[in-house]
Design a protein around this ligand. Structure first.
Ligand code: HEM
Ligand SMILES: *[C@@H]1O[C@H](CO)[C@@H](O)[C@H](O)[C@H]1NC(C)=O
Length: 213
Protein backbone atom coordinates (compact mmCIF):
# COMPACT_ATOMS: atom_id res chain seq x y z
CA UNK A 1 0.00 0.00 0.00
CA UNK A 2 2.94 2.36 0.60
CA UNK A 3 4.00 2.52 -3.01
CA UNK A 4 0.67 3.55 -4.56
CA UNK A 5 0.16 6.24 -1.93
CA UNK A 6 3.71 7.56 -2.45
CA UNK A 7 3.03 7.74 -6.21
CA UNK A 8 -0.29 9.45 -5.64
CA UNK A 9 1.31 12.06 -3.38
CA UNK A 10 4.03 12.80 -5.95
CA UNK A 11 1.52 13.11 -8.78
CA UNK A 12 -0.68 15.44 -6.75
CA UNK A 13 2.22 17.78 -6.07
CA UNK A 14 3.13 17.84 -9.78
CA UNK A 15 -0.47 18.61 -10.70
CA UNK A 16 -0.51 21.50 -8.23
CA UNK A 17 2.70 22.88 -9.70
CA UNK A 18 1.63 22.76 -13.34
CA UNK A 19 -2.11 23.11 -12.76
CA UNK A 20 -4.16 26.24 -12.35
CA UNK A 21 -6.79 25.74 -15.04
CA UNK A 22 -10.06 23.85 -14.78
CA UNK A 23 -8.34 20.68 -15.97
CA UNK A 24 -6.31 18.77 -13.41
CA UNK A 25 -4.23 15.80 -14.55
CA UNK A 26 -2.61 13.40 -12.14
CA UNK A 27 -2.39 9.78 -11.09
CA UNK A 28 -4.86 7.93 -8.91
CA UNK A 29 -4.39 4.59 -7.16
CA UNK A 30 -7.39 2.80 -5.70
CA UNK A 31 -6.67 2.11 -2.03
CA UNK A 32 -8.74 -1.07 -1.99
CA UNK A 33 -7.61 -2.82 -5.21
CA UNK A 34 -4.20 -1.17 -5.81
CA UNK A 35 -5.23 -0.39 -9.40
CA UNK A 36 -3.51 2.79 -10.64
CA UNK A 37 -4.82 5.14 -13.31
CA UNK A 38 -3.90 8.35 -15.08
CA UNK A 39 -6.59 10.80 -14.07
CA UNK A 40 -8.10 14.02 -15.41
CA UNK A 41 -10.98 16.01 -13.93
CA UNK A 42 -12.85 18.12 -16.43
CA UNK A 43 -16.09 19.99 -17.01
CA UNK A 44 -18.54 21.82 -14.78
CA UNK A 45 -19.50 18.82 -12.60
CA UNK A 46 -16.52 18.01 -12.71
CA UNK A 47 -16.28 14.49 -14.11
CA UNK A 48 -13.24 12.37 -13.29
CA UNK A 49 -11.80 10.27 -16.12
CA UNK A 50 -9.30 7.53 -15.25
CA UNK A 51 -7.41 5.31 -17.69
CA UNK A 52 -5.05 2.35 -17.27
CA UNK A 53 -3.42 0.43 -20.13
CA UNK A 54 -0.93 -2.43 -20.49
CA UNK A 55 2.83 -1.72 -20.67
CA UNK A 56 3.69 -1.81 -24.38
CA UNK A 57 5.40 0.14 -27.18
CA UNK A 58 2.58 0.20 -29.72
CA UNK A 59 -1.17 -0.26 -29.98
CA UNK A 60 -3.75 -1.60 -30.21
CA UNK A 61 -4.40 -2.34 -26.55
CA UNK A 62 -7.30 -2.76 -24.14
CA UNK A 63 -8.27 0.25 -22.06
CA UNK A 64 -9.38 0.15 -18.43
CA UNK A 65 -11.65 3.17 -17.99
CA UNK A 66 -13.10 4.54 -14.78
CA UNK A 67 -15.54 7.46 -14.77
CA UNK A 68 -16.69 9.16 -11.55
CA UNK A 69 -19.50 11.69 -11.90
CA UNK A 70 -22.01 13.41 -9.66
CA UNK A 71 -25.52 11.98 -9.78
CA UNK A 72 -26.58 15.16 -11.63
CA UNK A 73 -24.78 13.76 -14.69
CA UNK A 74 -27.30 11.65 -16.65
CA UNK A 75 -24.75 10.34 -19.12
CA UNK A 76 -21.08 11.05 -19.88
CA UNK A 77 -18.87 9.89 -22.72
CA UNK A 78 -15.27 9.95 -23.87
CA UNK A 79 -14.21 10.19 -27.54
CA UNK A 80 -10.91 8.35 -27.96
CA UNK A 81 -9.92 10.30 -31.09
CA UNK A 82 -10.56 13.71 -29.53
CA UNK A 83 -13.80 14.66 -31.32
CA UNK A 84 -17.36 13.43 -31.67
CA UNK A 85 -17.07 12.04 -35.19
CA UNK A 86 -15.44 8.88 -36.57
CA UNK A 87 -13.90 7.41 -33.44
CA UNK A 88 -15.02 5.03 -30.69
CA UNK A 89 -17.13 6.66 -27.98
CA UNK A 90 -17.27 5.08 -24.53
CA UNK A 91 -20.44 6.30 -22.85
CA UNK A 92 -21.73 5.55 -19.37
CA UNK A 93 -24.58 6.35 -17.01
CA UNK A 94 -26.01 5.34 -13.64
CA UNK A 95 -28.66 2.65 -13.36
CA UNK A 96 -30.11 1.93 -9.93
CA UNK A 97 -27.19 1.19 -7.61
CA UNK A 98 -24.78 0.47 -10.45
CA UNK A 99 -23.73 1.88 -13.82
CA UNK A 100 -23.83 0.87 -17.48
CA UNK A 101 -21.14 1.16 -20.20
CA UNK A 102 -22.18 1.77 -23.81
CA UNK A 103 -20.28 1.59 -27.10
CA UNK A 104 -21.04 4.17 -29.80
CA UNK A 105 -19.61 5.66 -33.01
CA UNK A 106 -20.90 8.85 -34.63
CA UNK A 107 -20.92 9.50 -38.38
CA UNK A 108 -22.66 12.87 -37.95
CA UNK A 109 -23.57 15.32 -35.18
CA UNK A 110 -26.60 13.22 -34.40
CA UNK A 111 -27.51 10.27 -32.13
CA UNK A 112 -24.37 8.07 -32.41
CA UNK A 113 -24.64 4.54 -33.80
CA UNK A 114 -24.17 1.37 -31.78
CA UNK A 115 -20.56 0.21 -32.28
CA UNK A 116 -19.88 -3.52 -32.07
CA UNK A 117 -16.10 -3.47 -32.83
CA UNK A 118 -15.54 -2.01 -29.35
CA UNK A 119 -16.70 -4.28 -26.53
CA UNK A 120 -17.19 -2.75 -23.10
CA UNK A 121 -17.26 -5.06 -20.08
CA UNK A 122 -18.56 -3.72 -16.79
CA UNK A 123 -16.16 -4.39 -13.91
CA UNK A 124 -16.07 -4.36 -10.11
CA UNK A 125 -16.07 -0.80 -8.88
CA UNK A 126 -19.16 0.12 -10.89
CA UNK A 127 -21.64 1.65 -8.48
CA UNK A 128 -24.09 4.45 -7.85
CA UNK A 129 -25.32 6.09 -4.66
CA UNK A 130 -27.25 9.24 -3.74
CA UNK A 131 -24.44 11.62 -4.71
CA UNK A 132 -22.21 9.93 -7.32
CA UNK A 133 -21.90 7.15 -9.85
CA UNK A 134 -18.78 5.30 -10.87
CA UNK A 135 -18.31 3.24 -14.00
CA UNK A 136 -15.40 0.83 -14.21
CA UNK A 137 -15.13 -0.87 -17.57
CA UNK A 138 -12.57 -2.45 -19.89
CA UNK A 139 -12.87 -1.58 -23.55
CA UNK A 140 -11.53 -4.00 -26.13
CA UNK A 141 -11.49 -2.11 -29.43
CA UNK A 142 -11.28 1.52 -28.31
CA UNK A 143 -7.59 2.11 -29.11
CA UNK A 144 -7.79 1.48 -32.86
CA UNK A 145 -10.45 2.42 -35.42
CA UNK A 146 -11.10 3.33 -39.04
CA UNK A 147 -11.68 7.03 -39.59
CA UNK A 148 -13.77 8.71 -42.26
CA UNK A 149 -12.05 7.94 -45.58
CA UNK A 150 -10.70 4.58 -44.42
CA UNK A 151 -7.48 5.54 -42.63
CA UNK A 152 -6.69 3.47 -39.56
CA UNK A 153 -5.86 5.31 -36.37
CA UNK A 154 -4.11 3.69 -33.42
CA UNK A 155 -3.54 5.35 -30.05
CA UNK A 156 0.11 5.76 -29.04
CA UNK A 157 0.59 4.17 -25.60
CA UNK A 158 3.66 6.39 -25.09
CA UNK A 159 1.75 9.67 -25.52
CA UNK A 160 2.17 11.85 -22.46
CA UNK A 161 -0.63 14.18 -23.61
CA UNK A 162 -3.07 12.09 -25.65
CA UNK A 163 -6.00 14.25 -26.87
CA UNK A 164 -9.46 13.08 -25.95
CA UNK A 165 -12.88 14.74 -25.92
CA UNK A 166 -15.77 14.36 -23.52
CA UNK A 167 -19.46 15.16 -23.55
CA UNK A 168 -22.14 14.99 -20.85
CA UNK A 169 -25.79 15.71 -20.17
CA UNK A 170 -27.96 15.89 -17.04
CA UNK A 171 -30.70 13.98 -18.89
CA UNK A 172 -30.61 10.20 -18.32
CA UNK A 173 -30.90 7.86 -21.33
CA UNK A 174 -34.42 6.76 -22.30
CA UNK A 175 -33.90 3.31 -20.70
CA UNK A 176 -30.88 3.39 -18.36
CA UNK A 177 -30.97 -0.40 -17.93
CA UNK A 178 -30.28 -0.88 -21.64
CA UNK A 179 -26.76 -0.38 -23.02
CA UNK A 180 -28.31 0.28 -26.46
CA UNK A 181 -30.65 2.98 -25.16
CA UNK A 182 -30.85 6.25 -27.07
CA UNK A 183 -29.94 9.44 -25.20
CA UNK A 184 -30.25 13.14 -25.78
CA UNK A 185 -27.63 15.64 -26.89
CA UNK A 186 -24.97 16.83 -24.45
CA UNK A 187 -25.21 20.13 -22.62
CA UNK A 188 -21.43 20.38 -22.41
CA UNK A 189 -18.47 19.03 -24.30
CA UNK A 190 -14.76 19.72 -24.31
CA UNK A 191 -11.21 18.58 -24.90
CA UNK A 192 -8.68 17.25 -22.45
CA UNK A 193 -5.41 15.36 -22.43
CA UNK A 194 -4.25 12.30 -20.56
CA UNK A 195 -0.85 10.84 -19.88
CA UNK A 196 -1.00 7.38 -21.44
CA UNK A 197 2.63 6.64 -20.63
CA UNK A 198 1.83 7.09 -16.94
CA UNK A 199 -1.32 4.98 -17.44
CA UNK A 200 0.79 1.94 -18.38
CA UNK A 201 1.19 -0.97 -15.99
CA UNK A 202 2.81 -4.40 -16.10
CA UNK A 203 -0.06 -5.49 -13.82
CA UNK A 204 -2.77 -4.62 -16.34
CA UNK A 205 -3.98 -8.17 -17.11
CA UNK A 206 -3.87 -9.05 -13.40
CA UNK A 207 -5.99 -5.98 -12.61
CA UNK A 208 -8.60 -6.88 -15.24
CA UNK A 209 -8.87 -10.35 -13.70
CA UNK A 210 -9.09 -8.87 -10.21
CA UNK A 211 -11.89 -6.51 -11.29
CA UNK A 212 -13.86 -9.07 -13.31
CA UNK A 213 -17.40 -9.68 -12.10
C1 HEM B 1 -27.81 12.13 -29.03
C2 HEM B 1 -26.51 12.23 -28.97
C3 HEM B 1 -25.70 13.36 -29.56
C4 HEM B 1 -26.09 14.40 -30.36
C5 HEM B 1 -27.48 14.71 -30.92
C6 HEM B 1 -24.92 15.22 -30.60
C7 HEM B 1 -24.89 16.36 -31.37
C8 HEM B 1 -23.86 17.25 -31.46
C9 HEM B 1 -23.89 18.55 -32.11
C10 HEM B 1 -25.11 19.12 -32.82
C11 HEM B 1 -22.69 19.12 -31.96
C12 HEM B 1 -22.28 20.50 -32.39
C13 HEM B 1 -21.58 20.49 -33.69
C14 HEM B 1 -21.03 21.84 -34.04
O1 HEM B 1 -20.85 22.68 -33.13
O2 HEM B 1 -20.77 22.03 -35.21
C15 HEM B 1 -21.85 18.20 -31.22
C16 HEM B 1 -20.54 18.41 -30.89
C17 HEM B 1 -19.77 17.55 -30.15
N1 HEM B 1 -20.16 16.32 -29.62
FE1 HEM B 1 -21.98 15.50 -29.82
N2 HEM B 1 -23.85 14.67 -29.95
C18 HEM B 1 -24.29 13.54 -29.31
C19 HEM B 1 -23.52 12.66 -28.56
C20 HEM B 1 -22.17 12.80 -28.31
C21 HEM B 1 -21.36 11.87 -27.59
C22 HEM B 1 -21.83 10.54 -27.03
C23 HEM B 1 -20.10 12.41 -27.51
C24 HEM B 1 -18.86 11.88 -26.85
C25 HEM B 1 -18.78 10.79 -26.18
C26 HEM B 1 -20.13 13.69 -28.20
C27 HEM B 1 -19.08 14.57 -28.30
C28 HEM B 1 -19.10 15.78 -28.95
C29 HEM B 1 -17.95 16.66 -29.05
C30 HEM B 1 -16.59 16.43 -28.45
C31 HEM B 1 -18.37 17.76 -29.82
C32 HEM B 1 -17.51 18.96 -30.28
C33 HEM B 1 -17.34 18.99 -31.78
C34 HEM B 1 -16.82 17.68 -32.33
O3 HEM B 1 -15.91 17.07 -31.73
O4 HEM B 1 -17.35 17.23 -33.35
N3 HEM B 1 -21.41 13.89 -28.69
N4 HEM B 1 -22.59 17.06 -30.94
C1 LIG C 1 -20.84 7.49 -3.31
O1 LIG C 1 -20.05 7.10 -4.43
C2 LIG C 1 -18.86 7.84 -4.60
C3 LIG C 1 -18.17 7.38 -5.87
O2 LIG C 1 -18.94 6.58 -6.71
C4 LIG C 1 -17.97 7.71 -3.40
O3 LIG C 1 -16.81 8.49 -3.56
C5 LIG C 1 -18.72 8.14 -2.17
O4 LIG C 1 -17.92 7.90 -1.03
C6 LIG C 1 -20.03 7.37 -2.04
N1 LIG C 1 -20.80 7.91 -0.92
C7 LIG C 1 -21.27 7.13 0.06
C8 LIG C 1 -22.07 7.84 1.10
O5 LIG C 1 -21.05 5.94 0.09
Amino acid sequence: MLLPFARLATATVLALLVGGGSVAASRHCDGETGVCYSETKVGVAPITWRVAIPALDAGPFDILLQVVAPRTVGWAGIAWGGGMLYNPLSVGWPNGDTSVPASRFAHAHFQPDIYDPAVHTRLRGSSANATHWTLTTVCRGCSQWVSNGGARTTLDPGATAASFAFAASPTPPLDPADTWSPFEIHTEHGLFTMDLRAAQSQNFEEWIELLSL
